[in-house]
Design a protein around this ligand. Structure first.
Ligand SMILES: [Zn+2]
Length: 228
């Protein structure tokens, strides 16, 4: 496997597909999706996933006639499609209305401690964390709850923390029509704490500082607000 340097035609810099997964490297800013990702309807997806998940449970040796397990494949399928991976489908992207910045507030606005639950795309176990997002208005503002919803939308995908950070930042830049956006994420990866190296204390911090945020003064100001 050490010779396997190409994945979908991309050079993996000498890493194998296994290395990529266990070291949580990622290959693309966009979530890698098939061109026909939405050929199946949500209900067709749920039906298919429930059959396949039932097979996984069966191979593991679980008795699917037991009352406690009988409904699990359907529950997992419903949870995947409607909840924890609903952010894969662009139809679930939050619609954002912009308002005039009529208070003429021109300092940074920080929405901090947005709790999110995502899943590691390499192991399909939870990533639990907090996102802090900030922007400086270019003349338009959005409702505060939309900042929250944008974070949740991108969290509800199989993810890698660096990509989650950048996807949230790029979406905010696009809807707010400004480069002046910052995103900081502090998260715990259960694939690190509950398996693998089993480190329960570590957390991972990632950051994106766009436009005016990319100076040490602005970053210090932002950290001051986050630490209030
Ligand atoms: Zn992982």
């Amino acid at each position: 496997m050490k010779n396997e340097k190409l994945l979908n035609g991309h050079d993996l810099n000498g890493f194998t597909v296994e290395d990529i997964g266990d070291d949580h490297l990622f290959t693309n800013l966009k979530t890698p999706m098939k061109p026909d990702a939405f050929k199946l309807s949500d209900s067709e997806k749920k039906e298919r996933i429930s059959i396949l998940f039932e097979e996984i449970m069966d191979v593991l040796g679980l008795d699917l006639t037991d009352d406690s397990l009988r409904g699990t494949p359907q529950r997992v399928a419903k949870m995947y499609v409607e909840e924890i991976f609903s952010g894969l489908n662009p139809k679930n992207k939050p619609k954002v209305a912009l308002f005039d910045n009529k208070y003429q507030y021109n300092q940074m606005l920080v929405e901090k401690n947005i709790t999110f639950y995502s899943n590691c795309e390499h192991h399909f176990v939870p990533i639990i964390g907090k996102a802090h997002v900030a922007y400086i208005s270019s003349g338009k503002v959005i409702g505060l709850s939309k900042l929250n919803r944008i974070v949740q939308y991108f969290a509800k995908r199989p993810q890698v923390q660096e990509r989650l950070t950048n996807q949230i930042a790029h979406e905010l830049q696009s809807v707010l029509n400004t480069q002046d956006v910052a995103v900081i994420i502090d998260a715990k990866h259960l694939c690190v704490s509950s398996r693998g190296v089993k480190d329960d204390n570590s957390s991972t911090v990632t950051a994106y500082y766009g436009g005016a945020f990319n100076t040490s003064e602005k970053i210090a100001e932002l950290y001051n607000y986050i630490n209030i």
